[in-house]
Design a protein around this ligand. Sequence first.
Ligand SMILES: Cc1cc2nc3c(=O)[nH]c(=O)nc-3n(C[C@H](O)[C@H](O)[C@H](O)COP(=O)(O)O)c2cc1C
Length: 206
Amino acid sequence: MELKEVIGKRRTIRDFQSKEISQDIIRYSIENAFKAPTYNHLRDWDFIIVNSLEAKLQLIESENLEKDIDIKELETLFENEDIVKKEMYLDAIPKQKRMILNAPIVVIVVFKPKIRVEEAKTVYDLNCLASVWCCIENFLLSLAEHDVYGVTFIPQNINKTKDKLKIPVDLEIAAIIPIGYKADDAKILKQKTINIPERIHFNKWD
Ligand SMILES: Cc1cc2nc3c(=O)[nH]c(=O)nc-3n(C[C@H](O)[C@H](O)[C@H](O)COP(=O)(O)O)c2cc1C
């Protein structure tokens, strides 16, 4: 498949079929993930594959996702927001728990921070985070090439989740990624239209 086609195909999906994903696709996508650029040449990344209901329920509990969301409250919260952004949040927020439960696999991407995240002061200090996101994009593109999609959920309660998953204290979670085949009625949200020429600058900001 052409690169442009795969890049266009990758979209965030939060509604999954229960169909299993082959280990070959997962292995291929992780191998490609490890080809991403890395700030220190070390590729300090690990993938935890969550496929048991018990582990998914633990994730939901540690991330405080049990409660159902009041859609009216959400509408009020986002009423003055950009319309494309508002539509995304109104669709996404109520699905956070369900997408973890329904995805056949949830992948947790772990990285080694250069310094503790809460002590970072410069972009340079965050090179480890930048690198792991290059890795995540390779992973998502490689899945999309095989009609498998994901959604990058960022943990809010990272220490509790790390503790539940027995992740060493000196490592961090970059993203929790439910992955699967699209449900027949999966919502694909409108991407914001960007005027690309306006975003390209030559020699200085003009
Ligand atoms: C750093 C980052 C954090 C994100 N966090 C969440 C999240 O917590 N929950 C969620 O449902 N989607 C999350 N997303 C997915 C975005 O909502 C999605 O990428 C965006 O709406 C654009 O849609 P697209 O990926 O289909 O182009 C996140 C994406 C990124 C890159």
